[in-house]
Design a protein around this ligand. Structure first.
Ligand code: GLA
Length: 388
């Protein structure tokens, strides 16, 4: 096994044992797929814009092996549940909803013309569900990697990401952009990726030295996110159409000042967020490249304000968590991360202040909300891959 973190190593052992117990033989392979944190560039991906996520050391681990009767056996260790179904004619399950991500990927591979064999898989995850760290995309990528290896299907990292996005869009029914699947497929250790969501190219950007990336989970779980997300997407599309461009990516902040009065208030606010956020991503990367952490932090803070006021996808808990973080010594910047309406914030904290940050923010947040947060330092890891 390569240089996995200790939680991952424990999960690998646990899935291996569970596989042997369930199926009476050792798995043919074990894969891991990480969650992700987005440093900046929120709700820009489906506007052909820029994002800057990193894959993190929270992951799905899946142990698997072929079977020759065309059946699929799936075991979710975390839900203590198992299902079995035939590999042909995938349909969404209303009973074991967790299995819809695996079913979706099987469906998308078949749609792309690949023959998917029967298989058994046991999996576990420590990416918290509904926290904005892409637990579902991690399952999709783990499933895709597993099936590629089992069936010898050759897909490059971008094609794999697109296939899993299609699975989520068309089978699960969530109109997500490409960011999550892309970073989970192609993430690099110690780097964030600047992804151009129009041409799907990327540049690896080293994470800054002397700074910890801290995730603060508000423990407020997202609700109604799918419908609000799809509404935001539609508002962006309406804005682009009204301004006569293919996507909001095509409007610069300067051009927007000419156009904005033509838009109705809500669409104007949504567009202003996306257009200014795209610029902030590019400015953030430029700041990282020259080690200007003050500017980087300021851009994160501005991103939060824009998501809160213009895009209106923050919530009380995310705002409280961010405001507490902004007051702590050694904090360069803090913002909500992911789709919003609950979940996590991302914080850049100077090394020597990180430990104090964890305890101070934890107690202040608990006092303010009555919720016990989960706050931890994360590291950037490589994307989905086989470990055994
Ligand atoms: C979710 C979606 C992504 C992206 C973010 C918001 O994570 O899956 O495609 O749109 O929300 O930036």
């Amino acid at each position: 096994m390569s240089s996995e973190n200790s939680a991952c190593a424990e999960m690998v052992e646990r899935t291996r044992r569970a596989y042997i117990q369930a199926y009476g033989k050792t798995p043919e392979l074990i894969v891991t797929a990480p969650g992700r944190v987005n440093l900046i560039g929120e709700h820009t991906d489906y506007n052909d814009g820029f994002v800057l996520p990193a894959a993190i050391d929270r992951q799905v681990v899946m142990a698997a092996g072929r079977r020759d009767d065309g059946q699929v056996g799936l075991r979710a260790l975390d839900f203590d549940d198992a299902v079995e179904f035939h590999v042909a004619n995938q349909r969404r399950s209303t009973v074991s909803k967790w299995s819809n991500y695996q079913r979706a990927v099987i469906w998308a591979l078949q749609e792309a013309g690949y023959e998917v064999p029967g298989f058994n898989a046991v999996f576990t995850s420590d990416v918290p569900i509904g926290s904005g760290l892409s637990s579902s995309a991690a399952i999709e990528l783990a499933t895709c990697q597993t099936l590629q290896k089992l069936a010898d299907i050759d897909l490059d990292g971008v094609t794999r990401a697109l296939l899993c996005q299609k699975a989520e869009n068309e089978f699960v029914g969530m109109r997500c952009g490409i960011m999550d699947q892309y970073i989970i497929s192609l993430g690099q250790a110690q780097h964030a990726l600047l992804i151009d969501c129009r041409d799907l190219s990327y540049q690896a950007v080293p994470l800054p030295q002397g700074v910890k990336v801290v995730i603060c989970d508000t423990k407020k779980r997202r609700g109604l996110v799918d419908s609000a997300y799809n509404t935001r997407r539609a508002e962006c599309e309406a804005g682009a159409a009204a301004m006569g461009v293919k996507a909001l990516r095509d409007i610069s902040p300067e051009q927007f000042t000419e156009y904005e009065l033509k838009l109705d208030t809500t669409v104007r606010k949504r567009c202003r967020h996306v257009i200014t956020e795209n610029q902030r991503v590019l400015d953030a990367v430029a700041a990282m490249r020259v080690g200007d952490l003050t500017t980087l932090g300021r851009l994160l803070n501005e991103s939060h304000a824009s998501l809160r006021d213009d895009y209106e996808v923050s919530c009380t808990e995310l705002d409280i968590m961010t405001e507490i973080a902004w007051r702590q010594p050694g904090v360069l910047g803090a913002r909500m991360t992911g789709a919003g309406f609950g979940g996590c914030t991302v914080n850049l904290v100077e090394d020597e202040h990180a430990e104090a940050f964890l305890s101070q923010v934890s107690s202040a947040y608990q006092l303010a909300t009555g919720l016990q947060p989960d706050i931890y330092i994360c590291t950037a890891v490589e994307g989905a891959h086989q470990v055994v």
